[in-house]
Design a protein around this ligand. Structure first.
Ligand SMILES: C[S@@+](CC[C@H](N)C(=O)[O-])C[C@H]1O[C@@H](n2cnc3c(N)ncnc32)[C@H](O)[C@@H]1O
Length: 266
């Protein structure tokens, strides 16, 4: 995370999360920092920023306070629209601010063509069934201005897979292999400017970890153990140790379990 210029964004987001009373997460420590880095590089006052499927994300309010672009935190789910409104209250963002929370479907955005400078969709479009992910990418491209930035993060796997639900998400989720990323998400007018894949550490590191902590794992992977025991809620502050210890970042998708992708609209 340090080499990729993400660790300083994690630290700023971590402190922002403390203000919001929102926990941090092993995978979001990386994905959110990636989105924040690209947002920080791209946004200036007067720009327009749209986050898609904001959920409990700290990224829209973080980037708003840092870059002062007109910012939209958007969602389909009322619970999460309310969550983003609560963040506004916590941060005392009001009518004089250009921060908006509104309902948006990623596949049918209400924004005009070429009206947006940055779109972020962190762990969102893999949850839209059918060809919803490809339609979302077409929408993101439509609303972005030339030179605009798109940040998308999705889970990956050795082979493309669709699940109707998982133990950590009660809904549809797909995982992409390299071919599916290309066929479903890439578009000729979106030039890939950075790709970082989350990969496991070397086998000898994992073996040593297994020897040291095997008694707590009961034959499951470290990440399944973390979530199934509710340790993500109980011990969120140490999630960064697992992010930097158990996840390596690679420019190569081989063997990965997650992708952080940044595109520039041509
Ligand atoms: C796994 S959560 C990720 C939330 C947030 N981006 C984060 O990083 O924690 C996926 C979110 O996508 C939202 N979502 C699902 N389908 C959507 C759609 N068609 N348009 C916009 N958001 C959608 C869900 O309501 C959910 O909050």
């Amino acid at each position: 995370m340090f080499r990729e210029g993400l660790l300083q964004y994690w630290w700023m987001l971590y402190r922002h999360c403390k203000t919001l009373n929102q926990r941090t997460d092993i995978f979001r420590n990386i994905e959110d920092s990636f989105a924040a880095k690209h947002g920080d590089q791209r946004l200036a006052a007067g720009n327009v920023y749209v986050d898609i499927g904001s959920g409990s994300s700290p990224v829209p309010t973080f980037l708003y306070q840092r870059c002062h672009a007109t910012t939209y935190a958007t969602e389909m789910d009322r619970t999460y629209l309310d969550r983003q409104k609560n963040y506004m209250q916590t941060l005392r963002l009001g009518k004089r601010d250009s921060f908006f929370v509104q309902k948006e479907d990623a596949t049918r955005l209400s924004f005009d063509d070429r009206s947006v400078d940055l779109v972020t969709a962190v762990s969102t479009i893999e949850h839209i069934p059918g060809d919803g992910d490809s339609r979302s990418m077409a929408e993101f491209s439509r609303v972005l201005c030339a030179g605009g930035t798109l940040v998308v993060t999705v889970p990956t796997a050795p082979a493309y897979i669709e699940n109707q639900s998982t133990f950590y998400y009660a809904g549809f989720e797909r995982r992409y292999d390299a071919a599916a990323l290309e066929s479903r998400l890439y578009r000729p007018e979106l030039q890939l400017i950075e790709q970082l894949y989350m990969v496991p550490p070397p086998p000898e590191f994992l073996e040593q970890f297994q020897r040291s902590f095997g008694a707590f794992l009961h034959g499951e992977s470290w990440s399944d153990t973390w979530y199934k025991n509710g340790w993500h809620d109980r011990y969120p502050d140490i999630s960064i140790l697992l992010s930097v210890g158990m996840i390596r970042l690679s420019p190569d998708p081989g063997g990965s379990f997650g992708a952080c992708l940044a595109f520039e609209k041509q």
